[in-house]
Design a protein around this ligand. Structure first.
Ligand code: HEM
Ligand code: MTE
Length: 464
């Protein structure tokens, strides 16, 4: 095509609002992203921070943009190039320099922020996921917290702010241990992306893990702060992770869940009997059992109670479910409730799709879980794509009715007859309310790529 027009940084700077069109630069290219503002998964306001200037300082923090699919979107809005006389954008320090070391076996979806899951074959090896293998879902750099200086701020029922040290928390409230599974709403998004891309993190089946969490009950802290069991409203949490614009990670849950004596919502300072690791929220995180992972706020700094849900982007503009009919042009975030309890889920962890299987004995393994404390009562497995089924054998802790917060692991021993060319392994779970999983992704696909709980399928060619 013809060469692109050339602009100075000053000319680009004139395009900094809807009315003047919104231009940004990346490297030596100039883009008009006005038509993308409403489509941006991170929200319009975020792009406007960079309007008229360079993306680099922002993408140093939100470095998951430096992936092929994002750069492709950007490229489609190119309108020009920077004049060669323009000095390059000074490089910024790495906001992720203080992130902790991680286990090399994790499958990394994005490095900065760090989003990673255990390899499939490792997932069902342990009922309690060893912390280094526990999936990690961060939206920002991991804050570095001095535990001695740390304070939890709690807005009490009279509007005052209580300031609690870790010692205060450990001394004043009884310690509880809760075995709970945490699952991200985006678990298994890759299967949705395969049908139609959502342009969002392509999680495999590993954005789910289980730990024994130790800490104090949120209920006890709220009662100490003057709240009563019958009170209405939402409990809002804020993390210590924040971006340049001061945006902090935040989320909320109904006060009813927090105050429910059988809700088991924890402020956890221990994971699997050890100090909470930095990636998982050191020194204190929320664990909301039975509820989507997004509400279990890490690096907790502030708790408040109010009539409304958290105003955070991640409460209002993300982690909601929509009809497959809804597009980015028609979506109305205020119309859908935020995801809280999760639906019934299961997946095959072994054999993995690239495993070499031969005729003879075969062990199929996986996990199954449901939200809201609903127990998994059965897992059905098929080796022929769903024509015939067998029941898998379940293992895992017996938890109280309505408080089954942790997954069940399952396995099925099958024999693969000689001459078999292909196995089409399928699993589906049933929970204590007799909820079952939908058989395909199509009818539940949505623009955010959340809540994929379709039957999980693994196709394997059988060797000699
Ligand atoms: C998410 C594109 C600018 C902040 C995303 C995603 C895409 C995208 C495709 C989804 C990525 C994924 O989940 O894998 C773009 C393009 C931009 C742009 C084409 C060009 C103007 C910005 C700027 C900021 C920003 C300047 C910050 C100041 C975010 C945030 C998310 C996001 C916060 C959500 C991440 C999360 O889920 O935590 N963007 N973006 N973006 N972007 Fe951008
Ligand atoms: N809390 C803070 N402060 N910042 C975050 O980015 N991510 C949330 C939640 N709590 C997040 C957070 C999401 S989306 C999930 S799924 C869980 O943490 C993941 O917890 P994990 O990293 O311990 O597995």
């Amino acid at each position: 095509g013809p060469p692109f027009p050339v602009f100075t940084r000053q000319e680009v700077a004139c395009h900094h609002s809807d009315a003047d069109r919104v231009w940004v630069t990346y490297g030596s290219d100039v883009f008009d992203v006005t038509d993308f503002l409403e489509l941006h998964p991170g929200g319009k306001s975020k792009i406007l921070l960079a309007a008229g200037g360079a993306l680099e300082p922002f993408w140093a923090l939100y470095a998951m943009h430096k992936q092929e699919h994002v750069l492709e979107i950007l490229q489609s809005y190119k309108v020009g190039e920077l004049s060669p006389e323009e000095p390059p954008q000074p490089s910024v320090g790495d906001p992720y320099a203080e992130d902790p070391p991680r286990h090399p076996a994790l499958k990394i979806n994005t490095l900065k922020p760090f989003n990673a899951e255990p390899p499939s074959e490792v997932i069902a090896e342990n009922y309690l996921t060893p912390s280094p293998f526990f999936f990690k879902r961060n939206h920002l750099p991991v804050p570095l917290v001095d535990p001695a200086a740390y304070r939890l701020h709690v807005q009490d029922a009279c509007g005052r702010t209580l300031s609690l040290s870790l010692r205060d928390l450990k001394r004043s409230f009884r310690k509880h241990d809760v075995v709970a599974t945490v699952q991200c709403a985006g678990n298994r998004r890759a299967e949705m992306n395969a049908l139609q891309s959502t342009n969002r993190l392509g999680w495999g089946i590993g954005a789910i893990s289980t730990a024994c969490w130790g800490g104090v009950l949120l209920r006890d802290v709220l009662v100490h702060a003057g709240y009563q069991p019958g009170d209405e409203g939402h409990v809002c949490f804020e993390g210590l992770d924040r971006d340049q614009s001061g945006t902090v990670y935040g989320a909320s849950i109904p006060l009813k869940k927090a105050m429910n004596p059988e809700g088991d919502v924890l402020l956890a300072y221990e994971m699997n009997g050890e100090e909470l690791p930095r990636d998982h929220g050191f020194p204190l995180r929320v664990v909301v059992p039975g509820t989507v992972g997004a509400r279990s706020v890490k690096w907790l700094t502030r708790i408040s109670v109010g009539p409304e849900e958290s105003k955070s982007h991640w409460q209002r503009k993300d982690y909601k479910g929509f009809s497959p009919a809804v597009t980015w042009d028609t979506v109305d975030f205020s119309k859908a409730p935020s995801i809280q309890e999760m639906p019934v889920q299961s997946a095959i962890t072994e054999p993995s799709p690239d495993a070499s299987v031969t005729p003879g004995e075969l062990t199929v393994k996986g996990y199954a879980w449901s939200g809201g404390g609903r127990n998994v009562i059965r897992v059905d497995v098929s080796l022929d794509g769903g024509k015939s089924w067998r029941e898998a054998e379940l293992t895992g802790e017996e938890q109280l009715p309505g408080r089954a917060w942790a997954w069940k692991l399952w396995q099925l021993k099958a024999s693969v007859p000689t001459g078999t060319k292909q196995l089409n392994i399928v699993c589906k779970a049933v929970d204590s309310s007799y909820n079952e999983q939908p058989d395909t992704v199509g009818p539940i696909w949505n623009i955010l790529g959340v809540l994929n709980n379709a039957w999980h399928r693994v196709r394997i060619s059988v060797g000699e």
